[in-house]
Design a binder for this molecule. Structure first.
Ligand SMILES: C[S@@+](CC[C@H](N)C(=O)[O-])C[C@H]1O[C@@H](n2cnc3c(N)ncnc32)[C@H](O)[C@@H]1O
Length: 280
């Protein structure tokens, strides 16, 4: 089943507007979870003083901030996102600088009147229903031999933090996310990511994988944090499930975490991230 791209993006925008403050507090601002690999992305794109950089789908501006510090006053950085709330946080967190600008644009619909040395895009490519369109826009916005850097989460089997819950939930609530929505791990295998970027004509594509550990605490903490941080449309669906089914669901998630639970009850998940770099 194909999803309507406009409706999907509007829903996504609404969700990111709701969760951006929690996302920033829980992960982004303190380099937790997937942000453990952010410095690797920044290192791999090789940003130099004086560079112009676009951080696409910048969210609350974590990559943007790191890059801004590297390009110095002679460089220029643009952070771009569709969530106005994420952009608001990004602006506040980055403080006003003459060489930094945040703008509200859709990755599938943008052009610039100037070109960038580097474009970064961390944990967002899988949200673009037409990733080819976004990648073409990126390519058109890069200088000759400009550099692209993309981070994505690995395949769901390599990121049990997500799949331990999502595998169980989709058994209880098959339409938990609207049918036909792009899968979050659709570029989580090297060949899929490579092919998507290659199709647009990028060259010198290199993909590195990083696996780090992340502990969400004991099961109770993992589950309660999940319930605390999910967006409202998903919370509503869980509510509709009823208390007996919700208990069964909780148990199913708990069973999934067993292989990652240490003797003291603390869960330690591996978390794989793929980082791609390429040249225009
Ligand atoms: C997981 S967050 C990553 C944010 C940021 N790159 C980071 O690493 O903190 C995904 C971001 O993609 C943004 N996003 C989703 N679809 C988008 C689109 N079509 N164009 C631009 N941004 C989009 C969301 O608003 C959200 O801020």
């Amino acid at each position: 089943m194909k999803i309507n791209h406009i409706e999907y993006k509007q829903r996504n925008m609404k969700i990111w507007n709701e969760i951006a403050p929690r996302y920033h507090k829980r992960w982004a601002s303190i380099n937790q979870g997937p942000f453990q690999s952010t410095s690797k992305l920044v290192e791999l794109v090789n940003v130099s003083k004086g560079n112009t950089v676009l951080d696409l789908a910048c969210g609350t501006g974590v990559v943007t901030k790191k890059i801004c510090n590297m390009v110095g006053k002679s460089g220029y950085v643009v952070g771009a996102d569709t969530s106005i709330i994420a952009l608001k946080i990004a602006k506040k967190w980055n403080e006003s600088k003459s060489n930094l600008n945040f703008i509200n644009i859709d990755a599938e619909k943008f052009t610039f009147s100037y070109e960038f040395d580097v474009v970064t895009c961390q944990y967002a490519l899988f949200f673009f229903p037409n990733a080819q369109k976004a990648l073409k826009n990126i390519k058109n916005s890069l200088k000759k031999k400009g550099t692209l850097g993309i981070s994505v989460h690995g395949h769901k089997n390599k990121v049990p933090f997500f799949s331990n819950i999502s595998d169980a939930i989709t058994k209880f609530i098959p339409d938990y996310v609207p049918p036909g929505s792009p899968n979050m791990d659709r570029f989580g295998i090297k060949s899929a990511l490579y092919n998507e970027v290659r199709k647009v004509g990028f060259s010198k594509i290199s993909i590195k994988d990083f696996t780090f550990n992340y502990s969400p605490g004991k099961f109770e903490e993992y589950w309660l944090n999940y319930l605390k941080y999910i967006p409202k449309p998903l919370k509503d669906k869980l509510q509709l499930l009823g208390s007996i089914k919700r208990k069964e669901l909780r148990q199913a998630v708990k069973v999934n975490t067993i292989p990652y639970t240490k003797k003291n009850g603390v869960i330690v998940f591996p978390w794989q991230v793929l980082i791609l770099t390429a040249k225009k």
